[in-house]
Design a protein around this ligand. Sequence first.
Ligand code: ADP
Ligand code: MG
Length: 304
Amino acid sequence: MSTDKILFDRVTKTFGARAGRRATAGAVTALDQVTLGVRPGEFLVVVGPSGCGKSTLLDLLGGLSRPTGGQVLVDGRPVTGPGMDRGIVFQQYALLPWRTAAGNVAFGLEAKGVPRAERAGLVAHHLDLVGLGGFAGSYPHELSGGMKQRVAIARSLAYDPDILLMDEPFAALDAQTRDSLQDELLRIWERTGKTVVFITHGIDEAVHLGQRVAVMTSRPGRIKRVIDIDLGDRGAVEDVRSSEAFRQHRHQIWTLLRDEVRAAQAAERIAGTGADGGRIPAEADAGADRATSAAARDEEARVG
Ligand code: ADP
Ligand code: MG
């Protein structure tokens, strides 16, 4: 059949729909017939406006929920639940507060049944990999947001999943920390050869990280376009974000998203009245939204 590592095959997800009944007025179709393949070892970014179904897509792939239509395949087999073949990093740090950094990284290894004697070495290696070799004994409350996210990444990598799923993992961080974690993630990806599915609503983040970028429509989420990103030799450019290739990709994605962002904002205004039960975005989310629309305004100014 196909050589996809991951395949979303006409995946639909409707919330609030009851089996055997017609869709009620309160039902929300988050994803509508999404078809998308991810190649082995690929770094695929999914970008789309807030509320378009990005987290829903990742939750389905993580096995945290089930599609209402179609199927999600990993290595040709339908996803039936969470598994050690897929590591997930969420926007919220999701660390165990009563465990040290090392204890948090060890957690997945314990779940996988890795013998104690092997654990210590793996924990140390993965803390080093994310630049936290000196913080093994620190508790989450002693770490900055960026460091907590590094621990979460180390935890996901330590039990050696084939696939790393990341749902806006850097959205809550300040711009400089975000930039350096993006670079670090690229280095880790190059070194480990994992298949990465990375969700964001940041255009720059998508261009910087993705080998391909799948652009979603506003809700109900569909794949609007999949774009190949070619930034030439990343290593040869001092500031890849200021290159002409980067600018062109940014503009291409911005153009695709412009109408979608407007549609989503209109829907959010309606949701604000409580009419369709839309979720109020988390504060950090709202901050990142502002960043996206600021980037869009920038771009508009340049274009206009
Ligand atoms: P994104 O991650 O792109 O911001 P989500 O995937 O979180 O969007 O949500 C897509 C849509 O599905 C939103 O309208 C959201 O309100 C709705 N939704 C998400 N999860 C649930 C749920 N558990 N129950 C009902 N509606 C949900
Ligand atoms: Mg989300």
